[in-house]
Design a protein. Structure first.
Lengths: 419, 89
């Protein structure tokens, strides 16, 4: 089989990339190992979209304003219209869109159906890559596919590694910590209001002090779901401290089993000890533990913390980041670092282009940036935006058209106005 | 527990500012006793941390219901809550 663009990984970045490449005219193949699109959303139950809106002006009740044109805006507006999202809600100094992972995956399916030239292979693993060809594997069967341009949206930079493109990764002790998210049903709304959550925080702290719950329970965070009566519980995990390795099968196995065990203990505790939770039950386990950070591809430019802090502008900007650095180097909650001027930071096309591999683009959480910068750039709103930009650039390049930042931005504007 | 007598009010606030900055939140430059803790990132997860840190540090026990969303929105308020419960202990 032959395509213009191959996109590896069907998370938020890969979805955006594949749709953009196909819309700009490229015959596109999107490859995803799971049975649903959405990546961390559908597989790890990430249930809110961050990075969609500009940071609100200090201490003002300014209404949220979308930071992105194009696919990120389109996707969030359609998700809201389909009843799959609610908000945005203001949390401290940021605006967040709450969403249901099932609705996210359904909307992704619908957009794929509407998009000519876009082919999707679910249950398909990218196994090998060399030059213009990749090997795919589905249930023991190999398939060889050729393409002119490639987008790595695997989150783990799997395609880049297979193509031999250099990648980097933070010290294991500093990598953003993983988390196990599960859905709890049968939770009345009153059990999740501000007062009840504060009380719950006190009960959990008490239970940990008394030895009734393991210390890991201090990484728990409950949030009402966009669906009445349901809550999502996020358990931030330490992952073994300096031994944490999000690419190692033993470590991943350990995280899954430890996550389920802790989820079981916590659910028992809630049912027995906490008002309002007596009839709650686990409604859904994640298909996989959530990984926030692993490899990053080395690009022609590396976005740095200093760029985000000063809201840097670049001549070859193709997307923006409007989210603060949200460092989760421990399982004890985030540390936020905001841009000093509150302004969004440009993301240059060069950060989506592999350094020495002209056919390779990357987007989402494995784009070219530092560890600190990734703490901002990994959020879904930004993944949708970098995915779209990488898809447009790859599509234009594969079709032999001009594919500089200007061409990418023009294509986005044309597609949005047609839309 | 490393219980020790509560420092004087101004010192308690100063210590809490350092505790929040170094062990709890990435505080913005110029963070002080009257800065809003929620805007610095205080959420339900960090509140659990805060309870444990404070109880260990000052040997107070904050009974359930001692904290409300509005009585810990600054370090100054938090210091008042701690003093109230140290006094009643
Ligand atoms: C616990 C947790 C909580 C988070 N909370 C939020 C939040 O509240 N809001 C927010 O905006 N962001 C949040 N994030 C961050 C955000 O969810 C992710 O960074 C983002 O979804 C990454 O998108 P992506 O498309 O780059 O990668 P992913 O979503 O990881 O998608 C990559 C896809 O590639 C597929 N893949 C990988 N390798 C292969 C292969 N070899 N063959 C085939 N398929 C492959 C994977 O199956 C996956 O579907 C959170 C992340 C975690 C882990």
């Amino acid at each position: 089989m032959e395509f213009d663009v191959l996109v590896a990984g069907g998370g938020s970045a890969g979805l955006a990339a594949a749709v953009a490449a196909a819309r700009v005219g490229a015959r596109t193949l999107l490859v995803e190992r799971h049975g649903a699109l959405g990546g961390m959303v559908s597989a790890a139950l990430v249930h809110s979209i961050c990075g969609l809106y500009r940071l609100p002006a200090k201490c003002e009740s300014t209404p949220p304003a979308l930071a992105h044109a194009g696919f990120a805006a389109e996707f969030s507006i359609r998700l809201l219209a389909a009843g799959g999202a609610s908000g945005p809600v203001r949390m401290g100094r940021v605006d967040v869109l709450l969403q249901r992972p099932t609705a996210f995956a359904q909307l992704a399916d619908q957009i794929v159906r509407e998009t000519p030239r876009l082919n999707v292979r679910l249950h398909t693993e990218l196994l090998a890559a060399e030059g213009e060809s990749v090997t795919l594997l589905c249930r023991g069967q190999r398939e060889s596919v050729r393409a002119a341009a490639f987008v790595d949206a695997t989150g783990d930079a799997a395609l880049a590694v297979l193509r031999g493109a250099p990648c980097e990764q933070a010290d294991r002790a500093r990598l953003q910590r993983p988390a196990f998210i599960f859905a709890l049903a049968g939770v009345p709304a009153a059990a999740l209001d501000d007062t009840a959550r504060l009380q719950l925080a006190q009960l959990l702290a008490r239970a940990v002090q008394a030895g009734a719950l393991p210390a890991d329970a201090l990484g728990a965070h409950l949030r009402a779901c966009a669906q009445e009566g349901e809550a999502f519980v996020t358990l931030d995990l330490d992952g073994g401290g300096a031994a944490y390795d999000p690419l190692d099968p033993h470590c991943l196995t350990q995280l899954e089993t430890a996550g389920r065990a802790l989820a079981g203990q916590l659910t028992d505790f809630l049912r027995r000890q906490v008002e309002g939770f007596a009839h709650s039950y686990v409604a859904a386990w994640p298909a996989r533990v959530g990984v926030r950070e692993s490899r990053r591809v080395m690009g022609r430019y590396r976005v740095e913390a200093a760029d985000l802090e000063r809201g840097a502008a670049f001549a070859d900007a193709v997307a923006v980041s409007a989210w603060p650095m949200e460092l989760r180097e421990t399982a004890r909650g985030p540390r936020w670092r905001f841009p000093t001027n509150g302004q969004p930071c440009d993301i240059p096309l060069r950060a989506l282009q592999a350094r020495d591999d002209a056919a390779l683009f990357m987007a989402g959480r494995c784009l070219s940036c530092s560890h600190e910068a990734q703490a901002a750039l990994r959020v879904i709103g930004t993944c949708l935006a970098t995915g779209e930009a990488a898809g447009l650039a790859a599509g234009l390049q594969a079709l032999g058209k001009p594919c500089d930042a200007n061409a990418v931005n023009t294509a986005r504007a044309q597609l949005s106005s047609r839309g | 527990m490393a219980a020790r007598p509560l420092p004087a009010p101004a010192l308690l606030e100063a210590e809490l500012v350092v505790l929040v900055r170094e062990r709890l939140l990435e505080t913005p430059p110029g963070f002080h006793a009257e800065s809003n803790l929620y805007l610095a990132g205080l959420d339900s997860m960090s509140i659990m941390q805060l309870i444990i840190l404070v109880e260990e540090e000052y040997g107070v026990s904050l009974p359930d219901g001692a904290l409300t969303k509005d009585n810990i929105s600054t370090v100054r308020q938090l210091a008042q809550v701690i003093r109230a419960h140290a006094a009643s202990a």
